[in-house]
Design a protein around this ligand. Sequence first.
Ligand SMILES: [Zn+2]
Ligand SMILES: [Zn+2]
Length: 391
Amino acid sequence: MSTLLLDALNQKADAFISLRRDIHRHPELAFDEHRTSALVAEKLQSWGYAVERGLGGTGLVGQLVRGDGQRRLGLRADMDALPIHEATGLPHASCHAGVMHACGHDGHTAMLLAAAQHLAQSGDFSGTLNLIFQPAEEGGGGALRMMDDGLFEKYPCDAVFAMHNMPGIPQGRLVLREGAAMASSDYVTVTLTGVGGHGAMPHRAADPVVAAASIVMALQTVVSRNIDPLQMAVVTVGALHAGKANNVIPQSATLELSVRALDREVRTRLEQRIKALIAAQAASFEVRAQIDWRPGYAVLVNTPDETAFAREVALELVGDERVTLQGPAVTGSEDFAFMLERVPGSYLFIGNGDGDSAGACMVHNPGYDFNDANLPIGAAYWALLAQRFLV
Ligand SMILES: [Zn+2]
Ligand SMILES: [Zn+2]
């Protein structure tokens, strides 16, 4: 079965590699994926899918119902590119200056389309197949926007799955993980307001620079003293802005933090401690602190049953030599986490290449490109998973 399926998708690979490269040449930023979503919609319609566009702006769903099966499956791909100027020099390099498919979402879209065509033309399944093409995975929360527009009310799913390529892992290797797999990511802006004054008369001022410096150091104790050493947490102060001249005590200072965790309780504890430390530190220096806490993506948690199922499909397709059953967690984040808060499911990685191969170049690097050798494997994986789920 799996060899036949891989053969079938290998035969169609050239067409989908051309399609992938066409999408790569025309990258579009978050919520601006008009050309890409029109292309996806047109393909899906031509294969008999019922298509609804405009979910979450440029997102869309293609639905195919077959037989009298009652189960409903969701498969998700992302479509957006990044504000990076491509430096691959490839013939299919981006024709939009400063915009690039540097995370392989062109490949994810093409893999799901190849599976869509196969399933429509020769898929042996009974039930409801929902193919979800989302905008704005790169920080824009496109998944959440589609859900706000009624994604799972209009297209209920018993399980959802998504796949991302990963450089540094051998090409075509499938990596799964049960439980927390990707981190939550919160953004924090701290504005410290003191009393500006002359650098020669610090006693007549309230110095936000000293308070900011002390806060940066105090924040280093949150992970080391307040979080279980066996848990993952990150508190990074990525920006600190204050002052312009050596003899002027500025009126204010700002800090920008990135806060990450792999556990919902750890995430809550980080927020409590960071807010308390900043407030207490600021008070001790007689400055005011305003904390703007913006929750980003949630912890991505793969549910046990669906991950076990996704592993079985991986083993059936490529064999245990090319499957990692429980890969490491990743400190990056992914908005598929929001879908997994609503619907059980699993998110897996497919190796983009390792060692000295071209596929080893990390995502978000201007030299990155999706490895086209993964197109038939990823498509066959989706097709097999759909046929095993919708029975
Ligand atoms: Zn990315
Ligand atoms: Zn990505």
